[in-house]
Design a protein around this ligand. Structure first.
Ligand code: ZN
Length: 243
């Protein structure tokens, strides 16, 4: 499966120049920013963004992982009625590792609903966080819940008046047609990124984590780092640099 468009490249020099142009995210920044990373299930924000989350947190910013559901639909060999508790605990472990906080919308795994009441619920949750930067899943994806969280986030962002920066991320095995615009060097936080993903024990990370590492290695080659997470910035998003 094609995870990204290899024709797109960005030089390390241009990355550094763009960060210098927007010092909002520098270590010296006085104000802690609020970062919200939305995902269809526990594990999705970690899979796509754990390195970037760790880097934001290490700079002193507040990061919230906003999950659409509690993973009620699958938790390995355990009974389905235990999944929500098991996967909520896994998400909280992952957030501890990343120095982030977990938050949950009220949807059910595998049965995402995108209608007026659910647009309103998600917009309320997102607005309550007063985010400076929002990440969500890229909408061209094989999983309905991923497409749903993408649509819900976009709608909430539009309703907010496009106030925050908005970036899309990818997850191994599900995302397609993803052409990133921005890259974050995650080489120095690889062990925490891995630990956060492996906190999702019930999701058997050996099946998907190595695929995500292949992706970040490829993006590293594009951007001049050992490993990089890559994002697509909404073209109407405020211009802010990532860590
Ligand atoms: Zn998912």
């Amino acid at each position: 499966m094609e995870y990204y468009n290899s024709s797109v490249s960005i030089s390390r020099r241009s990355l550094i120049a763009s960060v210098a142009a927007f010092p909002l995210f520098s270590a010296a920044s006085a104000r802690a920013l609020k970062i919200v990373v939305a995902g269809g299930h526990p594990g999705d924000p970690e899979c796509g963004c754990a390195g970037t989350i760790a880097r934001f947190a290490d700079l002193g910013h507040d990061v919230v992982l906003l999950y659409l559901n509690r993973g009620e639909g699958y938790c390995g060999g355990a009974a389905l009625d235990r999944c929500a508790a098991i996967r909520t605990a896994e998400a909280q472990d992952a957030c501890r590792i990343l120095k982030a906080r977990a938050a949950f919308a009220s949807q059910y795994d595998g049965r995402a609903i995108v209608d007026s009441p659910h647009y309103q619920e998600f917009a309320r949750l997102l607005a309550a966080e007063k985010p400076d930067v929002v990440f969500t899943q890229w909408p061209v994806d094989s999983h309905r819940d991923h497409r749903a969280v993408s649509a819900l986030t976009l709608d909430a962002w539009l309703a907010s008046g496009r106030k925050s920066a908005l970036y899309y991320y990818e997850v191994a095995g599900d995302t397609s047609m993803f052409t990133p615009t921005d890259f974050v060097d995650i080489s120095a936080v690889e062990s925490r990124r891995r630990a956060a993903c492996y906190a999702h024990v019930s999701q058997q990370p050996d099946h998907w984590y190595p695929k995500q590492v292949e992706i970040t290695r490829r993006h590293g080659k594009q951007s001049g780092f050992a490993q990089a997470e890559a994002f697509l910035r909404h073209s109407e998003s405020p211009q802010v640099a990532l860590p």
